[in-house]
Design a protein around this ligand. Structure first.
Ligand code: PLP
Length: 234
């Protein structure tokens, strides 16, 4: 293997090693952490190179790009998650492609997703995006009460299953601030689990190229990595 494919495979192997190292340090099983390849701005050949290198979980943040790039049917064991802000009028288009929408930031989006999933006879996982850094530019729930109410509301949506929480760490924050954001996500998840014991919140999607080892140390089950796998985006 050479060129781009070799670079992608090498990067994935190195990141998997770093995940394993961070997991061992934290007394965790590396098998409990999935590496998501975030493929935004990168072509489908790069998606396939990552798939060949063992990646099964992929992430895209824009509906238009995702549906233009990924061709159906996807390989049976390939999973695609939507990780960017989802507008209600784009929900219909994305339903055939995704197994999970990690970036649910309001109940109305979940309701629309439920409706469209039911029409397609599909069941879709969702996660709530939480704004753990207080940055105004970020989407997501920032108050526990809002998040808790939203969880209560979506439990009635039969085609959806809530699997966990997702956050983006503070951009340009120092290590302490980043760690605190991830600790906050975990504590919100713990609190929700106490309040809603019937819901299994097993996923904490947190950590990107610059901060995934910290996220693993703080309990991430999915790390979303783009740049460190595929190189810089244009
Ligand atoms: C782009 C993106 C990532 C990956 O970011 P990198 O720094 O390139 O690893 C992760 N999560 C979300 C929501 C993104 O939009």
């Amino acid at each position: 293997m050479e060129g781009m494919d070799g670079m992608i495979a090498g990067n994935i192997a190195r990141i998997q090693d770093e995940i394993a190292e961070a997991a061992h340090k934290a007394g965790r099983d590396p098998g409990d952490i999935q590496l998501m390849a975030v493929t935004k701005t990168h072509p489908f050949e790069d998606v396939l190179a990552a798939y060949q290198a063992g990646i099964r979980l992929f992430g895209e943040n824009r509906v238009q790009e995702a549906v233009g790039k990924y061709t159906l049917p996807l390989p049976a064991d390939m999973k695609l998650h939507m990780i960017g802000h989802l507008q209600s009028n784009k929900v219909k288009q994305i339903v055939p492609f995704v197994q999970c929408v990690e970036s649910i930031d309001k109940v109305a989006t979940a309701e629309e997703l439920n409706k469209r999933a039911q029409v397609s006879g599909k069941s879709i996982d969702i996660m709530f995006e939480v704004n753990t850094s207080g940055e105004v530019s970020k989407n997501g729930f920032s108050e526990y009460e809002e998040l808790s109410d939203a969880l209560g509301a979506v439990l009635e949506l039969a085609a959806l299953r809530v699997t966990g929480l997702m956050t983006i760490g503070p951009l340009g924050g120092d290590e302490g601030q980043i760690r605190n954001a991830f600790i906050l996500l975990r504590s919100m998840s713990d609190r929700l689990s106490t309040e809603y014991p019937q819901v299994e919140l097993r996923e904490l999607s947190m950590g990107m190229s610059g901060d995934f080892p910290i996220a693993v140390a703080e309990g991430a089950t999915i790390v979303r990595v783009g740049t460190a796998i595929f190189g810089r985006r244009e």
